[in-house]
Structure formats: structure tokens, C-alpha cells
Design a protein around this ligand. Structure first.
Ligand SMILES: *Cc1c(COP(=O)(O)O)cnc(C)c1O
Length: 379
């Protein structure tokens, strides 16, 4: 298997149009010269060194993230789950640093996905991720997504903060409403709680702004980012304000590979490409075009599709049947790669560099796929 821009090519030479992007990872597509060159150059220079000796490259990437976001501090990880773990530790440490040891509980939201480590599965109510791995870690309380009153009612003496995906990814491309996200910020301010955003999937230009929170005009205290930030190389980060990170004093947390020079080189190349107004406004334009064509399209198949939702190039089609058989049908019969998600939703996560030709190809394949799909037969 190899990759070429927005396509994957298997051993037989069959070309697949990639609207999955390794689940929102390959945002520059598969053979981006800048990204490849950056990793090659770094591999020749220095592949790994302990962060005991400091890292000018890591500091440079951290500075850029600080400059482009709400954050004052950055801790690099190798994955999304580790970034969320760091965020959870940071939120707890904020309170414990001040002697409030009882404030350890994070309010999280139903059908969330935060990763596969013990803490991150404990942070989600999804039983399919718990089965076989119990007991869970204590310290999480689940509330319905987009239910501000529920979140408010869940606050108690043990609450440390909220952990939320501004746009649920795995849960079915569900954007939190403006009132919900803003309301969580207000509750956090009123009760001295940490507002933690998990932007592992919706972050890094995916929604047409560098981070999705910008579109809500609401800033978190702590944020996890990963997936797209390495463009295909494993990299994540936990960002925080100075105040939120007050408990994460020197030596309290660490990672051998986190901030590895190769990963940092990849992250730099990705930010070079995406963290500018031209690129971001293109993502918004492409996202709007894709969305309006999808909305027209689903009108032709009222029995199959219910609605289109999402932001930028993070879109979902809510289906009236299970999305998995349709995803497999598109893959096997029409060489189109998509991702099934919760809430009967088919995720569309193309590389952010798609052009008009790929967009047309997508609709050709999707139309042919929908016309030939028989939900009863597939199920
Ligand atoms: C994928 C994902 C994670 C976990 O990231 P990994 O790199 O798989 O550990 C966490 N949160 C969200 C929202 C994700 O989509």
C-alpha cells in the first residue's frame, strides 16, 4: 500500500479516494513534499535525544503553538490519549497544588471519545470500551452532551472541571452548541473549575480555524491536541494557560519520546503549511462547498440520509441505517474511504489539501455508492 496526495493505492494498483485521512491525521495528504523533506532532514541530523539536554526545535514549536493559541505552556506527547492524560493530570494538579485535594472529578459527556488508556476510557461512558478492563479509574461523572443544565447540576464539592470535545468526533460529528460551550466557560469561571477541551480530532485546521474553539469565541484552560498535528507522524500536545498549569511544576510529569526531534520536525512542517489565513480560509471555503453539495445530494436519498453536520472539513452524514455496511460498500465497490462513527453517522474527513477534482470524484463515487446500496441486503 502506498499513498499519493488524496489517494491510497493497494498492492493490486487499485486507487482509493481517501476521505478518512487515517482518521483526521493526514491533513496534508499522503506525499506532501514539505513534510517528507522535514522528516528526512531531521532523521539525518538527529533522530532522538533525551529532553534532559533541552530541545531548541521543541521550544520553537511550543512557541509557535503559544503564539497561535490561548496557551502559555505546551507539553508534547506521542498520541492523543497521552495528551488527554496530561490534561487530566493538569486539571487535578491545579486544585491539589492549592491544597484542594478533594477536587479531582472531571465532568465528561456521554458518547465522548478521549482515547484508550485507563484514564481516557474511564472518562467516557461508552461501555464497549470498558468491557474486560474494569475497574475503571474513579473521578469521572458523565452528563449528556450539549446539556448545560445537566453539567451545572453535576457540579459538586469534588468537581475539578469539565472535559469536552467541542465537536464530538467518534460520537458522530456532533458540534456542541454555542450556548453549551460558552455556558461551560461561564460555569468554570463561576466555580473556579478547569475547562478542558479535547481537540484531538477537531483541532489543527480541520474545521477551518487552527482550533475549533476559536469559532465559539471561548478559550479553554487546558487543551489536548494530536492526530493532524503530526500530519501522519505520531505527535500530540497538552496546552495550558500559566494559571491552569500551576500544579505541573518541573519534574512532575515526563515522557521519553514526547517531543522527539522527528515528531517536532513533522509538527513544524504541518504548522508551516496550515497555520496561516490563506490555508484556513480555503478549508472553510472547501468545507462550505462540500457541505452544500452534500445537503443537495441527501435530498435524493431521503430513505438513507437524515442530515449533514459538522464544521469545515469535519463533516458527518447522519444515516437512517447503520453506517458501517455503507462504509464497507463504498470502500469495496466504489473505492471510497470514509469512517463510521456513533449516532448512525458516516464521517467524512478528507485531507485538507483536496481540490475540485477530488471533490467531483467524491460525489461520483458517493452517488454510485448510494444508488447501488441496499441496506436490507447489507444488514
Ligand atoms: C483519536 C482521539 C483521541 C485519542 O487519540 P490517540 O492518538 O488514538 O490516542 C482522543 N480524543 C479524541 C477526540 C480523538 O478523536
Amino acid at each position: 500500500m502506498r499513498g499519493e496526495h488524496c489517494h491510497l493505492i493497494d498492492e493490486d494498483g487499485t486507487r482509493y479516494l481517501d476521505f478518512a485521512s487515517g482518521i483526521a491525521v493526514n491533513l496534508l495528504g499522503h506525499s506532501h513534499k514539505g513534510l517528507i523533506g522535514a522528516i528526512q532532514r531531521q532523521a539525518e541530523t538527529l533522530m532522538h535525544v533525551s529532553n534532559l539536554y533541552g530541545s531548541p526545535q521543541g521550544e520553537a514549536l511550543a512557541s509557535r503553538l503559544v503564539e497561535k493559541t490561548f496557551a502559555d505552556t505546551v507539553f508534547f506527547t506521542n498520541s492523543g490519549a497521552e495528551a488527554v492524560e496530561t490534561a487530566i493530570k493538569t486539571a487535578r494538579a491545579y486544585h491539589q497544588h492549592a491544597g484542594n485535594d478533594e477536587k479531582f472529578e472531571l465532568i465528561t459527556f456521554k458518547n465522548a471519545f478521549h482515547g484508550r488508556t485507563m484514564a481516557t476510557i474511564s472518562a467516557s461512558n461508552q461501555e464497549k470500551m470498558h468491557k474486560g478492563f474494569e475497574p475503571l479509574l474513579p473521578g469521572f461523572r458523565y452528563v449528556d452532551f450539549d446539556d448545560l443544565e445537566g453539567a451545572k447540576a453535576a457540579i459538586g464539592p469534588n468537581t475539578a472541571g469539565f472535559l469536552v470535545e467541542p465537536i464530538q468526533g467518534e460520537g458522530g460529528i456532533r458540534p456542541g452548541s454555542q450556548d453549551f460551550i460558552k455556558g461551560l466557560r461561564d460555569l468554570a469561571d463561576a466555580h473556579d473549575l478547569m475547562l478542558v477541551f479535547d481537540e484531538v480530532q477537531c483541532g489543527v485546521a480541520r474545521t477551518g480555524t487552527l482550533y475549533a474553539y476559536e469559532q465559539y469565541d471561548v478559550q479553554p484552560d487546558i487543551m489536548a491536541t494530536a492526530k493532524g498535528i503530526g500530519g501522519g507522524f505520531p505527535l500530540g500536545a497538552c496546552l495550558a494557560t500559566e494559571k491552569a498549569a500551576r500544579g505541573m511544576t518541573f519534574g512532575t510529569h515526563g515522557s521519553t519520546y514526547g517531543g522527539n526531534p522527528l515528531a517536532i520536525a513533522a509538527g513544524m512542517a504541518v504548522l508551516d503549511a496550515v497555520a496561516n489565513d490563506d490555508f484556513l480560509s480555503e478549508v472553510r471555503t472547501k468545507g462550505e462547498r462540500l457541505r452544500s453539495r452534500l445537503e443537495q445530494f441527501i435530498g435524493n436519498y431521503p430513505d438513507l440520509f437524515e442530515e449533514v453536520r459538522g464544521k469545515g472539513l469535519m463533516l458527518g452524514m447522519k444515516m437512517k441505517c447503520e453506517p458501517r455496511p455503507f462504509m464497507i460498500h463504498l470502500r469495496d465497490h466504489h473505492q471510497l474511504l470514509t469512517v463510521a462513527a456513533g449516532d448512525s453517522t458516516l464521517r467524512l474527513l478528507p485531507p485538507l489539501v483536496i481540490g475540485d477534482a477530488e471533490m467531483d470524484e467524491f460525489f461520483d463515487k458517493l452517488s454510485a455508492g448510494a444508488a447501488s446500496f441496499e441496506p436490507e441486503r447489507a444488514a
